[in-house]
Design a protein around this ligand. Sequence first.
Ligand SMILES: Cc1ncc(COP(=O)(O)O)c(C=O)c1O
Length: 479
Amino acid sequence: MAEFQTNLAWDTLLELGEGRDGPLHARLSGALRDAIRDGRLPAGSALPPSRTLAGDLGCSRWVVTETYAQLAAEGYLDARVGSGTRVRPLGQHEEAGRSPPAVAPARAPRIDLAPGLPDLRSFPLARWVAALRSVTSTLAYAELGYPDPAGHPRLRQVLAGYLARVRGAQADPAQVTICRGVTDATHRVGQALRAAGIGAVAVEDPGWHRLRQAAVAAGLRVVPVPVDGQGLRVGDLEDHPDVRAVIVSPTHQFPTGVVLSAERRGALLAWARRVDGLILEDDYDAEFRYDRRPVGTIQGTDPSRVALLGSLSKTLSPALGIGWVATPPAWTGPFRDTVGPPAAPSTLDQLTFAEFLQAGAYDRHLRAARKRYRLRRDRLVSGLAERLPGARLLGVAAGLHLLVLLDDTVDGAAVVSRAATRDMRVANLDTYRVHDDRFGPGLVLGYGNLADGQVEEAVALLATTLAECRRRGAPASYP
Ligand SMILES: Cc1ncc(COP(=O)(O)O)c(C=O)c1O
């Protein structure tokens, strides 16, 4: 627990007055003793140099040195030349019950096949720190004020160049806004749509439920449109004349893994022009296509009809909370005008990412990540083919997840709960559908954060779990 606490104790509140008698050094000793015992000063905390504390308390330095010597003699403090005066670990029996309650991080299952995470162990920490160091060494103090709600101009500029170079986008930095991710962007575009009198948005069914939720939170009515082997069934939009906006993930649809066909891309743009509507293009998984180069963005074909949404959640880490939107000029103002919590991520993080990108570290990281994920996917696919010969895999060789279609005798929810008893997490396709059941039961397997050494074990466990679910039949037989 101490790892979550600061180990510098210079600003600890010391109560020297109320309830304490005697000379000042005795009162200071009592106050420090109390702070150590009740955990405000945890083991390892460095106390201020005696001159500093004396200055803060307005007393002579002798009072502080006398106090430190007394507490060192009592075993509370450790005074070493060179490392200053630190709080000693208390005996186990003393520590129990005195420390503040621990906030334990949620434990991930031992085998985690839930979709959602990139390989966290491969976060390019050294290069990220180098970018941060480079940024902070030249940072103007003025940059430490409130961030520009549109995003830092340097990142907008660098990112626009990247999106044009790698994603074929027509990204003008003036129309690029830095936000916290695709979910945040969807919510805010949703608010802008609502303010413009557009009350309904079409979504892919099945599709990522968080984007549906973001649209609903923005006050929009969500209209599910089925997905088939060519992606969103664009023709079905004609059945909903009140819909003038659509959220679509053309490069690697979640969770089916299909790519929006060239014909449907054209049809989607034609629809948007006809209804004077807006396409929210979620550029999901665009960085990770393994069998060929990914298709470019729809936004690159007609930036006046498309808001291009992206984030670092799958390429670096969702913990960064950095995303972007390239809006058609007519939508940039309404998007930035949406009200809510502070919109832009930390300026330091934005500048670090800009530096990281400019230094070529992002391209290098993605190249290495693509290779790693492709190998992992290949191993997973061949393992599944061997151990689950009846299972059908859907989707192109891309991204960080697979869809495994099951036969009708298996219930996805039963597999999920059975897997949980084995400390394994998988996702049920049902989680992502609204009405559509054309794909039947299925499991969505994320391999982004699966350790390479766990692939075979994960497949074997999954095969055993599925065999049990088939044998036992009814899902109700599982806890
Ligand atoms: C389809 C889809 N789009 C986008 C994202 C990324 O969302 P965010 O940037 O809010 O983390 C995800 C994350 O899982 C996703 O599944």
